[in-house]
Design a protein around this ligand. Structure first.
Ligand code: CP
Ligand code: NVA
Length: 321
């Protein structure tokens, strides 16, 4: 195997077999926190934040350390990026020192620019458009509760709420890669972009899955294996709080909506959650909710992803499984 520089900027950067490899590796890290230590040395991974974070910050910081590496965590306020230093220059500098760059920022073009100039793997830790690390963790959670990674293909997943946000987009693409039946429901004005739906439809067709985008939350969740939702007001949209409080009430995940899914359907939420808004307390704190396992799985999934990416770069097959 020859080395190949790979990045994880959007969910379809992994194909079906690669996504399975990463998730299988994630299952191994679930069983043994120290399954592989690709950064033993310790080698540094830069973890940059232009937006707030609890789970992503802790899972990447702890995860890189458990992989034998040193997590260099930099916030916007403490970096020259926040003062307008070009992304390309930041990439050129960090890539001379770090063995990976993980970045939470606004535009998708920014992580793409970082990847263009980096000679180490770049990972999207959430942009306005995608949150691929979260969905790897969410699929690992389905694998955990439903008999392993092979059980993912053919499952029906439903996301309801703000269907134009990063989570909706990532479920569309990652679900298509996994060969799932992906249903996404939101109100008019908050539906996914046409190009993302078109990509998801093409990828789903290749993997035996399907895509449904609807304004009917009940249609989306009917008979589903797993229900997802997310905040109605994403980071960066705080000024729209008043406008965004109105259109989503028909998309709240409550007991009535959950009752339309499979009786044993799982409920997941990337968190932070706003009880009484996108989800009721009865659902998120109820028996079908697996949100704490989901949060823990950020650690295992991201360690798997980083290990797989450096395995690809080094051409080291022992890091891929
Ligand atoms: N789900 C998630 O990414 O959480 P944080 O914003 O706390 O990182
Ligand atoms: N859609 C949310 C996800 C938070 C993890 C946001 O972007 O704020």
């Amino acid at each position: 195997m020859t080395g190949q520089l790979r990045h994880m900027l959007r969910d379809d950067d992994l194909n079906h077999e690669e996504q399975k490899q990463v998730l299988e590796l994630g299952m191994k890290f679930r069983e043994n926190r120290f399954y592989k230590q690709p950064f033993a040395g310790p080698q540094a991974v830069a973890v940059l934040f232009d937006k707030p974070s609890t789970r992503t910050r802790s899972s990447f910081s702890i995860g890189v350390a458990e992989l034998g590496g040193y997590p260099l965590v930099i916030d916007k306020s403490g970096s020259q990026l926040g003062r307008g230093e070009p992304v390309a220059d930041t990439a050129r500098v960090l890539t001379r020192m770090a063995y990976g760059i993980v970045w939470r920022t606004f535009g998708q073009d920014r992580v793409e620019e970082m990847a263009k100039y980096a000679t180490c793997p770049v990972v999207n830790a959430l942009t306005d458009d995608f949150h691929p690390c979260q969905v790897l963790a969410d699929f690992l959670t389905i694998a955990q509760f439903r008999g392993g990674v092979d059980a993912l293909a053919g499952k029906t997943i439903a996301y309801v709420g703000d269907a134009a946000n990063n989570m909706a987009n990532s479920y569309l693409l990652a679900g298509a890669v996994a060969g799932m039946h992906v249903r996404v429901a939101g109100p008019y004005g908050y539906l996914p972009r046409k190009d993302i739906v078109a990509d998801a439809e093409r990828i789903a067709a290749e993997n035996g899955g399907s895509i449904l985008v609807t304004t009917d939350a009940r249609e989306a969740v009917a008979g589903a294996d797993c229900i997802f939702t997310d905040t109605w007001v994403s980071m960066g949209e705080e000024a729209e709080y008043a406008i965004r409080s109105k259109p989503f009430w028909d998309y709240q995940v409550n007991d009535e909506l959950m009752a339309l899914a499979k009786p044993d359907a799982l409920f997941q939420h990337c968190l932070p959650a706003y009880r009484g808004k996108e989800v009721t307390e009865s659902v998120i704190d109820g028996p079908q909710s697996v949100v704490w396992d989901e949060a823990e799985n950020r650690l295992h999934a991201q360690k798997a992803l980083l290990t797989w990416l450096v395995g690809q770069q080094r051409g080291d097959e022992s890091l891929l499984a």
